[in-house]
Ligand binder design. Structure first.
Ligand code: PLP
Length: 232
């Protein structure tokens, strides 16, 4: 299994590098390995192969894995799942970055709970870019007011925006990525430090990169298909 993961990682980085060269993308892009539902052994295999950024969707899983990964000192956990307000404390303790902040109350709680001995928690505002009623994220009009709140909170560092557009398999989703790029420029007019754009998954990372993504989140491409759904 470990060889398999190392191979997939190396393939993913090669494809990323090749695509960036081809498209003349010169900004730094990070690859987050989304390890939700995967065992610690899979994470250890990826870490062994040099991977440092990992994404998790479920707070309890993050807590268990982060606690068990004490022999992987350079690991950075990205929390990318829905946030309930009673779970903010563990996210603030274990994550380096949170990609799924969508309201002021959650931001406030994360700031309050961020331990003093850690650097400020990196925050991405999640945007419901296709404005689907069932989807997570704030509406585009709410981004600037929420960015203002986050920028005032002492234990948070505003990084930028995140989105999960409708999957590419359900039709061309490039308009959503383009809308995110426009929103990101508007945000940077007022918050020049908020340059990050977290978008693109195993099926659509190329499209995301063409529209300014600075962090892509790959699960299946690195760890294979997910067969279990954990419960919280
Ligand atoms: C699961 C998940 C991913 C990874 O999806 P793949 O299609 O397996 O690459 C990325 N981002 C979020 C928010 C996810 O929940």
């Amino acid at each position: 299994m470990s060889n398999n993961i190392a191979d997939r990682l190396s393939t993913a980085y090669h494809q990323l590098q090749e695509f960036m060269q081809q498209q003349q993308i010169n900004r730094p892009v990070s690859l987050i390995a989304v390890s939700k539902t995967k065992p610690l052994a899979a994470i250890a295999a990826a870490y062994q192969a040099g991977q440092r950024d990992f994404g998790e969707n479920y707070v309890q899983e993050l807590q268990l894995k982060a606690t068990a990964a004490s022999d992987m000192p350079e690991i950075r956990w990205h929390f990318i799942g829905p946030i309930q307000s009673n779970k903010t404390r563990d996210i603030a303790r274990f994550a380096s970055e949170v990609h799924s902040v969508e309201r002021a109350k959650i931001a406030q709680r994360l700031s309050d709970a961020r331990p003093e001995h850690l650097p400020p928690l990196g925050v991405y505002i999640q945007v419901n870019i296709s404005a689907e009623p069932t989807k997570a994220g704030c509406l585009p009009d709410d981004v600037l007011p929420l960015a203002h709140v986050i920028s005032q909170l002492p234990r948070l560092a505003l990084r930028g925006l995140m989105a999960i557009p409708t999957p590419a398999r359900d039709g061309d989703n490039s308009a959503s990525f383009a809308a995110m790029a426009a929103l990101s420029s508007a945000l940077q007019q007022q918050f020049p430090m908020a340059t990050a754009l977290s978008m693109g998954m195993s099926d659509d990372w190329q499209t995301a990169l063409c529209h300014g993504a600075t962090a892509i989140r790959l699960g299946t491409a690195i760890f294979g298909t997910r067969d279990t759904q954990p419960h919280e």
